[in-house]
Every structure is written in C-alpha cells, then in structure tokens.
Design a binder for this molecule. Structure first.
Ligand code: ZN
Ligand code: ZN
Length: 340
C-alpha cells in the first residue's frame, strides 16, 4: 500500500508500506480523503519542532474502519469515520482540568505518530467520530480545520453582536468565517494581502474585506467600528509582526486569539494591553470540538466543500505540494483522494 513519507526536511516521497495491526483499544482506518494543511508544509520544510522523522504526515482525514484491535466495542468494521488527531494522557495537569489538547504528553496523529497520507492508519478508537449519513468522506476530511476555528472562537468567548476581525483569508481564516457566521456573528472583517483570497471570503459571507497592501487597514477598521476597535480578533495570518497592530485594533475589553506557531518574538506594548484590559489567548489544535463541528455540517451551517480548490490522487502528492507553494492565490484546501 502506498504512503507519502517525509524522510527528513525537504526529502519526501511515496513509499510502499505494510498496513500495521491495531493494538489494544485501537482501530485501523482505511483512509479515503486527507487534506494538506499548512502545518504539513511546515513539517516538509523542517519548521516543526515536534516531529520525528521519518513521518507519514496528515492530520485531516476521513475513511472507513477496516479492523478492530482487542477490547474495542461500540464501533463496527465498515463504519465511516473522521479522526480527532489529539491524543492525550488523561493524567497531567491540563488533562485533569479538561484541556487535553495541551496535554504535557500530547501526541498528534500525523506529527508524533503516522497520519492520514498512508492507505491505512492505526488510531485509538477513542479518537474516531462516526459520520452522520449524508456527510461525504471528502467533506469529513475538513472537520479538523473547522475544529481549529471552533477552538479559538471558544477561547475568545464571543458575545452576541460582537464584531470579529479575521487576519488571513487562507483555509483557517475561511473556516473561522464560516464558524462565526454559524454562531450568528454578523460583522466579520477579513484582511489578507491577496485579492483572490479576499474575493472568496466575500463570497462566503465576510461583511468587509481589506487588502493590507493597498488599503489603510487601521483607519478603515477604526471607521467601521466608530473608533471603538474590534472586540474579537482572530489571527489566522500568523505573522508575528502583526501583533502590535492587533493590540491597536482591539477594542477595550477585546479578546485576541493567536494561532501562529512562529518562534520569532513579537513586540508587545504593555500599555495597550493594560489600558484596554485585553485578553490574549493561544489556541492549539482542538479541545473535543469534533461533535460540534459534525453537527454544524450535518445541519448545513458549514460548507466544507466550498473550501476545496483541488482534488488529486496520492501519487500526485509532490505536485500538490508544489501547487500550494507556488499558487497561494488559487489554492485553498487541496484534498488527496487516497483511493484514486
Ligand atoms: Zn491542519
Ligand atoms: Zn495529559
């Protein structure tokens, strides 16, 4: 069976792999679709401190249960599932207070363990979520990116009627936009530096779009909020240099949700934080958000397939990577059709 393996930074190829057997409490999932994420690109480029090589990446995937390990009940062979990549210990401080996504012994499927870009993958049975009947396996591969959005919005504690500024109109920016609309937020401003991406954000319901290269983002946003600033800011651009601007654009009592993984320091002016009593929160992966996202997709409140720009077979994975690197203006989620 073929799998996409990153052997070392910048060294990746398709390999033949024997499927592994599920152990106690595990199941083997035959992968149907897997999405390529920005963080897969970081692993490929050697910018992910957590990964050990060689690694079969992929943490956004859906498929069918193929085999059950000993002691697994409540799931049958043939069930259609998607997989929460977060594996936690249940014992440490964050686990004890209900924050398993920052477990001290955190393991992420596709980062610390082999993931979805193989024909089949062994995962803990606790990590699978059965799909409602009419959610396709392609759409289900996008549940994970929506859980990123659900998690950061939860961390930011929106109030009804709060305006939301989303920095970045890539896939995570767009999942945030759809999630925010599903939650009933009605003023959603999206910024990016690529007009094509902003056009998609507009189509998906952004009320205002601004291009940081030719719009005066700060004065426009202050005008839109009557000089008050924005109560909710979600950073899906993940550019460390933007933090000072986020602090300036936040309203008093505003909440800023950070998703970036950069080790580059950002400048933080304490005065802005204290005088407005801002809340800055980090958000990592997701804290048990799969059921909520699946319910929103089932109810037609989210449109995962609108985020898919390309579908390619696994054998074209190297081309898919090149496509994502060269064409940020025309790529959104690139889905790998594992069975094709
Ligand atoms: Zn991802
Ligand atoms: Zn733990």
């Amino acid at each position: 069976m073929q799998a996409f393996e990153v052997k070392a930074p910048h060294d990746y190829h398709l390999v033949n792999m024997d499927p592994s057997e599920p152990g106690d409490g595990e199941v083997c999932v035959r992968v149907a679709f897997a999405g390529i994420c920005g963080s897969d690109m970081h692993i490929i480029h050697g910018d992910n401190a957590f990964v050990q090589f060689p690694r079969i990446t992929g943490h956004e995937f859906a498929g069918t249960v193929e085999r059950l390990g000993p002691g697994v009940s409540g799931v049958e062979v043939g069930s259609r599932v998607c997989v929460d990549p977060v594996i936690s210990c249940g014992q440490c401080y964050p686990c004890r207070i209900g924050r398993p996504n920052v477990c001290s012994a955190l393991e992420v499927i596709g980062v610390h363990r082999n993931g979805g870009f193989g024909g089949s993958v062994v995962v803990p049975a606790d990590n699978i979520h059965r799909l409602p009947d009419h959610i396709g396996l392609d759409a289900a591969a996008l549940v994970e990116p929506y859980t990123i959005a659900a998690n950061v919005l939860d961390r930011m504690q929106p109030h009804p009627g709060d305006a939301l500024l989303i920095l970045g109109a890539g896939v995570i920016g767009l999942t945030l936009l759809q999630m925010a609309r599903a939650m009933g937020l009605d003023t959603i401003i999206v910024t990016d530096v690529i007009d094509e991406r902003l056009a998609v954000a507009r189509e998906l319901g952004a009320t205002h779009v601004l291009n940081g290269t030719h719009d005066d983002v700060e004065s426009r946003i202050l005008a839109l909020t009557h000089g008050e600033g924005v109560p909710l800011i979600a950073d899906a651009a993940c550019v460390p240099a933007l933090l000072p601007q986020m602090l300036r654009l936040a309203s008093p009592a505003g909440r800023i949700g950070l998703l970036g993984f950069s080790a580059t320091p950002s400048e933080l002016v304490q005065l802005e934080v204290i005088k407005k009593e801002l809340t800055l929160v980090g958000s990592r992966l997701n804290n048990r958000k799969f059921p909520e996202v699946l319910a929103l997709i089932r109810d037609g409140q989210l449109d995962p397939l609108a985020l898919v720009s390309h579908r390619l077979p696994l054998r074209e994975m190297p081309d898919a990577i090149e496509l994502l690197e060269r064409h940020p203006e025309s790529t959104r989620k690139v889905l790998i059709d594992i069975g094709a």
